[in-house]
Design a binder for this molecule. Structure first.
Ligand code: WTA
Length: 660
């Protein structure tokens, strides 16, 4: 059984999987991948099987070797090959006569709409690329992008890709501190941001956050600012700041040749929460990442060029990178981008957009599906959703009840659901059913994709029996995998490889940080994180990062942060805080704690409960017993507390949480 500090028994995991369902016949008839032998073929031809992924792309120069593993686990894919990601996502579709095909359909928060054809996207990306060059951006310079869900975000990403400058997109809801940390870590001297954006109806000032971040940096930064709000939020540009639209005008009609990049050159950096307070800069490459994103869009999400495809995620996280921008655009489809929330102006907003755009494929997170279920079927029922052909889920375990609800009320029992397990570090989907081939089991994501060798193992790295839980590891490399961490190779080895690998035997195992159970058919039920990372509304948060923001508050002596399942399957952040002598105004501390977390990370990381306790429960060696605090927060039976130095504190905390 999984047990590192007793973690890995995530509380929102499905206890049982529901009855299997076969892929609907109408779907199978038209699916991209239908050959059930694909698993065996990939096995027999590994690693050359991955050429199928690479073949989805246009290469300037063919690669010589599919996989180089001499320096494992620093694997190299498609070496010798050269390509450009923006060329693959735009130019080649123009060349194949699809200029007027819609690339991006943008649905703004207040009903605004914009459509970019592939030709429009080409023009915009070229102009921005020319402007960035003019500002001095060179190949391999990291450009930070701090934009909300507006079309300028994917345009900026593709402009960077065009000139071979890796982008580092920082989620717009992250704080000034978080932006500064990321720009500092990446030594980034260029920033694309905006004046502000609408949040819950109000104009929200993004530029002031960016300004505050820049004040903290040593390097000089040149910033391009998109005027999103116009008169709703006037702003002034300072030195080294340029207006996005003016730049586009200056470079109107300019074109920039796509820079031919080595397959292993960095396409982007994506910061994500790790087991320590410092976010990790995950490095993704041009060839392997793009091939994997495009291949899984084709094989798992069944995307076709004529589809209208909608991944309702934020481009500020990996899901949006791979499945709003790179995967779908590489395949030349129409990708929908939505700026707003699912319940504004009403709870049928997503279904209204799906209906009006005749969306074929819809991909979202379980937290959203649980909200839809709570709101009731009348909202999807108001609309014609018969255009939908496939549904996807990502980011958290989905239990059978919301799975079935999604299947019935959104998919009308005619759409397969793919429950896709993957991570920022895996780059693209690694575990899922193939929708026309495999039965679906509500509550279980599925087997490893063809060519992905997923193993659930015990503490010693030995495979567990079906039905048992263990650690989710991957035994062979795959093209979309992160190549390293920007902060250094040592941390990469430490975070992902050291635990289950045997370097002497040259046996390398990637450790995901997740626990899972595997059944007789090789289907995985993911149980959640086993490390100090929490999954809150499909976003990764590090408990250490939140704790360090709380400890910054004057008067806080010590804190421990845990996740609590709120009964509907969502995880909430609970903070236990003990104060220093003299700080007995709990309300003042409570407010300061919330402020500190919001400014260090962002509002979404705010603890939903802050519980004061004279002491935290500790082992005799002085380690905080987080497992126990997690059990208390979740109202669970407590196990043995005899290892504690201060067992009496547990009853006090329990009483406090009941009264709260
Ligand atoms: C969780 C998001 C269960 C998991 C793509 C993983 C899932 C973390 C699933 C990565 C799923 C993602 N079932 N859990 N289908 N998909 N997860 O890096 O804990 O933001 O480690 O990538 O989300 O989150 P990340």
């Amino acid at each position: 059984m999984v047990d590192r500090n007793g973690r890995g028994r995530s509380r929102n995991h499905p206890v049982l999987t529901g009855s299997p369902r076969s892929p609907p016949a109408s779907f199978v008839e038209q699916a991209n991948v239908t050959d059930p032998e694909i698993y065996e073929t990939f096995e027999a031809q590994w690693p050359e099987c991955w050429e199928r992924a690479a073949d989805r792309l246009s290469w300037d120069e063919a690669y010589d070797t599919v996989l180089e593993d001499e320096d494992a686990p620093f694997y190299r894919w498609f070496t010798g090959g050269r390509l450009n990601a923006a060329y693959n996502c735009i130019d080649r579709h123009l060349e194949s006569g699809r200029k007027t095909h819609t690339a991006i359909r943008w649905e703004g928060k207040h009903g605004e709409r914009r459509t970019y054809t592939y030709r429009d996207l080409y023009v915009a990306v070229n102009e921005v690329a020319a402007a960035l060059r003019d500002l001095g951006v060179e190949e391999d310079d990291v450009v930070t992008i701090y934009l909300p869900m507006i079309p300028e975000l994917p345009i900026a990403m593709l402009a960077c890709a065009r000139i071979g400058a890796p982008h580092s997109v920082v989620f717009a809801g992250l704080s000034a501190d978080a932006l500064a940390t990321r720009m500092d870590a990446a030594d980034s001297e260029y920033l694309l941001t905006c004046d502000g954006y609408y949040r819950r109806g109000d104009a929200f000032n993004q530029k002031s956050k960016a300004d505050n971040a820049l004040l903290k940096l040593e390097q000089d930064v040149q910033a391009v600012v998109v005027d999103r709000l116009g008169d709703d939020l006037p702003h002034v540009l300072g030195d080294g700041e340029y207006d996005y639209h003016e730049l586009r005008e200056t470079f109107s009609g300019a074109t920039v040749d796509p820079v031919s990049r080595d397959a292993e050159d960095m396409l982007f950096l994506m910061y994500t929460s790790g087991t320590t307070g410092e976010p990790k800069g995950v490095v993704h490459t041009t060839g392997g990442y793009l091939a994997h994103a495009a291949w899984t869009s084709h094989a798992v999400l069944d995307v076709k060029p004529e589809d209208t495809y909608w991944c309702a995620a934020d481009i500020g996280w990996i899901t949006g990178h791979s499945y709003i921008v790179y995967g779908p655009l590489a395949l030349g489809t129409t990708t929908v981008m939505y700026e707003g929330t699912p319940d504004y102006p009403d709870r049928d907003r997503l279904w209204e957009i799906a209906d009006r755009n005749a969306v074929d494929i819809f991909y979202t997170a379980p937290t959203a599906i649980r909200a839809f279920m709570k709101w009731g079927p009348e909202y999807p029922d108001r609309h014609d959703l018969s255009s939908l052909r496939l549904l996807g889920s990502v980011g958290e375990p989905i239990s059978p009840r919301p799975w079935n609800w999604y299947y019935e009320h959104v998919g009308r029992e005619a759409c397969p659901i793919v429950d896709t397990w993957w991570q920022t570090e895996t780059g693209a989907v690694t575990v899922s059913t193939l929708p026309a081939i495999d039965d679906m089991k509500p509550g279980a994501a599925g087997p490893g994709l063809p060519g992905i060798d997923v193993r659930v193992v015990d503490e010693a790295g030995e495979p567990v029996e079906p039905g048992e839980s263990g650690y989710l590891t991957i035994a062979r490399p795959w093209p979309g995998m992160a190549r390293t961490l920007y902060d250094g190779d040592d941390r990469y080895l430490e975070e992902y490889w050291n635990r289950f690998s045997d370097p002497e035997a040259d046996d390398w195992r990637y450790f995901s940080g997740d626990a899972a159970r595997i059944d007789d058919d090789g289907y995985l039920t993911v149980l959640g994180r086993v490390d100090d990372v929490m999954n809150v509304s499909g976003r990764r948060l590090s408990t250490t990062e939140i704790e360090s923001a709380i400890t910054d508050v004057a008067g806080v002596a010590e804190t421990a942060v845990v996740g609590r399942s709120n009964g509907t399957g969502d995880t909430e952040v609970v903070a236990y805080v003990s104060t220093e002598g003299g700080h007995d105004d709990e309300n003042a501390v409570r407010e300061a704690v919330v402020d500190s977390v919001e400014s260090a990370i962002g509002p979404f990381a705010r603890p939903s409960r802050i519980l004061f306790t004279p002491e935290l429960p500790k082992t005799r060696s002085g380690k905080i017993m987080r497992r126990l605090l997690e059990d208390v927060a979740n109202g669970e039976e407590l196990g043995d507390t005899s290892a504690l130095r201060n067992p009496e504190i547990v009853g006090e905390i329990q009483a406090e949480i009941r009264d709260d």
